[in-house]
Design a protein around this ligand. Sequence first.
Ligand SMILES: Cc1ncc(COP(=O)(O)O)c(C=O)c1O
Length: 373
Amino acid sequence: MPIPLLDLKAQYATIRDEVLRVTEEVYESQHFILGKKVDDFERDFATYCQAKHAIALSSGTDALLIALMVLGVGHGDEVIVPAYSFFATAGVVVRLGAVPVFCDIDLVDYNIDPARIEALITPRTKAIMPVHLYGQCAPMNEINAIAAKHGIPVVEDAAQAVGADYEGRRAGTLGAIGSFSFFPSKNLGAFGDAGAVTTDDDALAQKLFDYRVHGMRPKYFHHYVGGNFRIDALQAAVLHVKLPHLESWTEGRRRNAELYRELFADAKTDGRVVLPEELPGRRHVFNQYIVRFPEGRETRDRVLEHLKSRGIGCEVYYPLTLAAQECFRDVPGARDRFEHSELAAAQTLAIPIYPELQRDQLAEVVREISKAL
Ligand SMILES: Cc1ncc(COP(=O)(O)O)c(C=O)c1O
């Protein structure tokens, strides 16, 4: 039997009746954008994140964009971002006419390396944007200390990290604004595009609500040039149904990560396969389970081809560093070396981790990786 990288149908089967009921409520109401379904989701999502405010939005990309907009990031400003992340982390900076300043990562957690941040700060630095990549929080104490020293706000790209903890606090409450994606493959996935931002700052929250609707308050009076960053009521309704299940799904992912640890130990792949490491004080939510093959790209690619030939889903997140993307070739500093980011791009592979996986399926993944090696 094939083992996909992600099986959303397995999850849907457990919530189908509830989803159909609430989506029908939306159809019956004929109220499709913002409104009560969105308010209800925002209230409970803020509680889940331990944040004062949650503002639900059209996508995770728009969440990053609006966060930088309300902080006033604009032409010629600089935003420090990791050199290794999903495209949107740097794309939104360029869309605002600002410059992404790439910072190398730490190869242990694949997150921005705080030891390299301070050297990148200039009078134009307007924000620092760590990414909690794959579901584990970046080293926020170190990042916040540098940011506070220089008076620079921190925006967390928590797109992959809903429910992740850092020293008992939730991802999304560790900086000025937290940004989330509800892309269907995320741990909390909508039935289409959606996202959110969280903040404890009342003034920022007000601005975020206004920017979501073209900077408008009241209707047809525009104080800022915002955008259409509204979420559909249908998406909010689905997310509201899913939210109470998120903890048990997250625990399922964590259980599978633990099983992988045992299975890889039994397979004696040590040294040849580097498993994800949960760092002290952090709760990893394993949006992706990333293994690294320190022998290099050839080994990684051989394993990838073998798994695919056996019907086992796997994917390279991400084959290029952000700095190496063609569209950023003229960004100052993009041609520098980012040693750890380049190693991550060459050596890592995502393997199945979704909560409904059974032990024998995980064992098969490990067996086939061992064979390929
Ligand atoms: C780290 C990161 N940032 C931003 C995004 C953008 O989110 P979306 O796809 O919802 O626009 C994603 C999602 O793929 C992501 O993984």
